[in-house]
Design a protein around this ligand. Sequence first.
Ligand SMILES: [Zn+2]
Length: 300
Amino acid sequence: MTLCDAHCHFFSQRFFEALGREKYGAQSDVNGDHVASDLGWEMPGPAETLADRWAAELDQHHVTRVALIGSVPGDETSVAVAVQRHPQRFVGFFALNPCAPDALERAKHAFADLGLRCVCLFPALHHYRLDDRRVVELFEVAAAHGGAMFVHCGYLSIEARVRLQLKSRLDLRCGDPLALAATAAGFPQVPVIIPHFGSGFFREALMAVDATTNIYLDTSSSNAWVKYVPGLTLTEVFRRALATAGPDRLIFGTDSSYFPRGWRRVVHGAQRTALDEIGVEAAAAAKIFSGNFERVFGQA
Ligand SMILES: [Zn+2]
């Protein structure tokens, strides 16, 4: 079966450098490798090297294509290098803060010139509402360029920041799927992905899917948010999501990020098991594991 993963992070040199500036101060000359070593993670090397590392990893696990997320605002070019190097394997996503004065220009450049396909928003981290005018303007840019939006709603935990003991002042109220639905409904041509089934706002994420035609849920990560709902299991999450969103609106993802851990086969296995327990039909599983990804982002 073809396997496409809609949620992998591209932790480039620039990603680690940004963390280093936060940890050691903007004036410090700490480099990305130093921070990677602080974390006990593999040094990424230049974007070309990391791109090849990812491609080899996907070969090993028989993963056809993945969405690679440039995970810190300003790192669009690293992902663009990876996509240009392996256009059959990678679809480029990029983190953006809509409150930044150059946000719209960055988005236009990334879509039009760099060949990236999806803006990633982290409203709880950057403190804005999802029905904010600046978000609506980003949707306008995405619509004009055939782009997609990825919006992290619900609880947010960034492993690298936690491990480096960097404070994240989160406003979790900003990650409201219902505010996102209000904006997304105005742009039915723009695919919108909410990762981790809404990451704790499961009910609201399902309502957002129901209220729109263009919101998808990604199934990625260990989905540790189920702890907020007593008795909820991953199998039950899939059962309810299939009953409401249906197999056309669920997109498989792992939330893989750093090496040497690499592609998270165990996350794939847990989801496969959950779907087997429900007895989901092969055709529905194929949509979740690749068909919907290819419908949204096109064939390679
Ligand atoms: Zn992620």
